[in-house]
Write a protein that binds this ligand. Sequence first.
Ligand SMILES: Nc1ncnc2c1ncn2[C@@H]1O[C@H](COP(=O)(O)OP(=O)(O)O)[C@@H](O)[C@H]1O
Ligand SMILES: [Mg+2]
Length: 294
Amino acid sequence: MSEIIAIASGKGGVGKSFLASCLAISLAALGEKILLVDADLGGANLHNFLGYKFPPTGLYNFLREKFKIDEIITKTDVGIDFIAGSGDVLGMAHITKAERQRFIDKVAEYDYKYVILDLGAGTSYNMVDLFNLAAKKIMAMNSEPTAIENAYGFLKVAAYRYIERFLAADSSFQDVSRRLRNKSVSYKGLDDVVQAVREVNPDKAVEIDEFANAYKIGITLNMVRFKKELNVFYGFETVVKKYLKIQVEKLGFIPFDNKVGEAVRLMQPFYYNNRSSAVAACIDDIRDALLKKL
Ligand SMILES: Nc1ncnc2c1ncn2[C@@H]1O[C@H](COP(=O)(O)OP(=O)(O)O)[C@@H](O)[C@H]1O
Ligand SMILES: [Mg+2]
């Protein structure tokens, strides 16, 4: 069974796809069998980071046409297997839960050590649920206030949904579940959720606390130009731990480097071609932290 690694962000453009492509090649360099999937359903462009101008046969062909998984897996020359997305197909942003599950179940049958999902930005059901089902969850961000705020928003939605699924089987928590789903009058933090659950059933409140405690994410900071930006990391970790009560591991940071954009323009996989760069060294650190801490 493959282990799923999901890379999410609240805001787009923080470097998820870049990180996903580098991390995949970096893990493959350890000798692991890796499948990288473009799961940014509405805005697929991961192929650009692997040197393809246009996406090869991919997810769309499996979900909406009669292609088998084998037929949509591209063997790249950078040591990983790849499933491309198809961002310009109307309707692909809204695949159904059944379609999503069919894909995940099929992929799990293969003997990949890790399946890396490059998710799209934002809190759509598909992105949140794919994030939650991953064994290793990475939240990518940069130090812009909007990226931080959206990262927190994504985590809150994901953690609340995780709890809501846990409560779903018990109809006495209908009201709590409804409030967890409702973004505008939602609970401020996990303490409020636990309190609401306690009012219905005190035993369950203890379970929720333990359940939330087992929820663990890794965070990465990209496009770092100044050392003081790293404070963002500490601040984010503190706030998430305080309000959402989930476990947070800082996996590492990636410096800003103009060569990253250049490589995309030249259709070259950055990590593969710049193994001795500072950026690649930081990717390796993130990889090692991911394997050790998550
Ligand atoms: N460390 C970095 N230094 C410079 N540019 C970067 C870096 N990381 C990503 N970029 C650039 O930022 C843009 C957005 O990255 P991308 O991975 O597509 O973000 P996302 O997948 O989160 O939307 C790309 O053009 C990419 O080349
Ligand atoms: Mg992307």
